[in-house]
Write a protein that binds this ligand. Structure first.
Ligand code: ATP
Ligand code: LTN
Length: 330
């Protein structure tokens, strides 16, 4: 049997090109070699206040985006986290071997508690445990994510090892798969912070739904520096280096090829070309996504069969776990 790959994105907004190159794009290349399971982390999304109708719409949109980006529902299991109740149940068991202190130390928890100070809920603190449950239910070997999720992966590994040593070998200890290039796409307005779909400054990110005009306009406004040479140096030229990384990823070139291509070219032309390259790649994805959203029956059929396949595996794992911790079986 092939090794299991599991990953997910939250339907918390329209995904950005950061989510695309840090995660979804890399999933496409894994589906022939591994048994891939890709989820829509809708339960995670509830840790920040949502408008229910919007959350429902975004869940379907995210599924359409997965498929439009090249994730094949015939090869992979695609499902929404809330459709497989074992995720919430395993979270409860894992909660009993997780300390409050280790959750309070998580970088994302600290950031989000600051950002949503009016709603520091238990779910926000428990976020990494639910993520560990997602991963551990399926015997996952590899988890393809962006660099910001590394700390959460560490927790998933720790919990797997803790459970295995407290009871008996049960969980596979997962490994993160973090891309060499594109693991941390930075904001176009503040190259010291990560591009995020929930950024209040709309010029900071390129969403997967942006029109070619919006894309070029946002790149034209991207923060660079007072120098005028297009060369890669993340320390002294973080803005330009971020744009070069994006261009390399969207044209399948290396950073040194990009450097050679723009030798002697000014920032204005460079930014225009980065915008055009991104817009060109997104155009067919946007078209496929729109077509898919016109066929809701098809999208629901993917979710239904995905939930059935995922439930089958998840149920077996949870049953084992319940038995090992001493819950009476009937
Ligand atoms: P939010 O802004 O709502 O917190 P997000 O944009 O950080 O969300 P997630 O749904 O939390 O997105 O992440 C989905 C995947 O995208 C994860 O694998 C994450 O590591 C990756 N990712 C998110 N932002 C970036 C980025 N700027 N560069 C590279 N990968 C990213
Ligand atoms: N927390 C993740 C999304 C996510 C995830 C997962 C990723 C939820 N469950 C399991 C990998 C494996 C994020 O990217 N913010």
């Amino acid at each position: 049997m092939a090794k299991i790959v599991f990953s997910a994105v939250q339907p918390s907004g329209i995904p950005t090109i950061g989510n695309y190159v840090g995660a979804i794009k890399n999933w496409v290349g894994l589906q022939d070699e591994y048994d891939c399971i890709f989820s829509i982390a809708d339960l995670h999304t509830l840790t920040v206040r949502q408008t229910p109708a919007e959350l429902r719409a975004r869940t379907l949109e995210l599924l359409a985006l997965y498929v439009a980006c090249g994730i094949d529902p015939e090869k992979c299991v695609l499902f929404a986290q809330s459709h497989v109740h074992e995720h919430a149940e395993l979270t409860w068991i894992l909660n009993t071997i997780t300390s409050v202190g280790e959750m309070q130390r998580m970088t994302q928890f600290k950031d989000k508690s600051q950002k949503h100070a009016e709603n520091v809920n238990m779910g926000l603190m428990d976020y990494p445990v639910l993520m560990a449950a997602d991963i551990l239910l399926y015997g996952t070997e590899f988890v393809p994510v962006g660099a910001d999720q590394k700390q959460h992966l560490e927790i998933a590994r720790d919990l797997a090892m803790r459970f295995n040593s407290r009871y008996s070998p049960t969980f596979v200890v997962p490994e993160p798969l973090i891309p060499k290039c594109g693991a941390r796409v930075m904001s176009l307005q503040d190259p010291s912070s990560k591009m995020s779909k929930s950024d209040l400054n709309l010029n900071g990110f390129i969403s997967m739904d942006d029109t070619p005009e919006e894309i070029v306009k946002k790149f034209k406004r991207a923060v660079t520096d007072s120098d005028s040479r297009v060369c890669f140096d993340e320390q002294s030229k973080p803005g330009v280096s971020n744009l070069m990384t994006i261009y390399a990823l969207f044209t399948d070139k290396t950073v040194s090829e990009v450097e050679a291509e723009f030798d002697g070219v000014g920032y204005g032309d460079f930014k225009q070309r980065v915008g055009e390259a991104v817009a060109e790649t997104l155009k067919p994805i946007q078209k496929r996504k729109a077509d898919l959203l016109n066929d809701k029956d098809y999208l629901f059929s993917i979710l239904k069969s995905g939930a059935e396949k995922a439930s089958y595996i998840a149920m077996k794992t949870l049953r084992k776990v319940y038995k090992k911790v001493g819950l009476l079986q009937i």
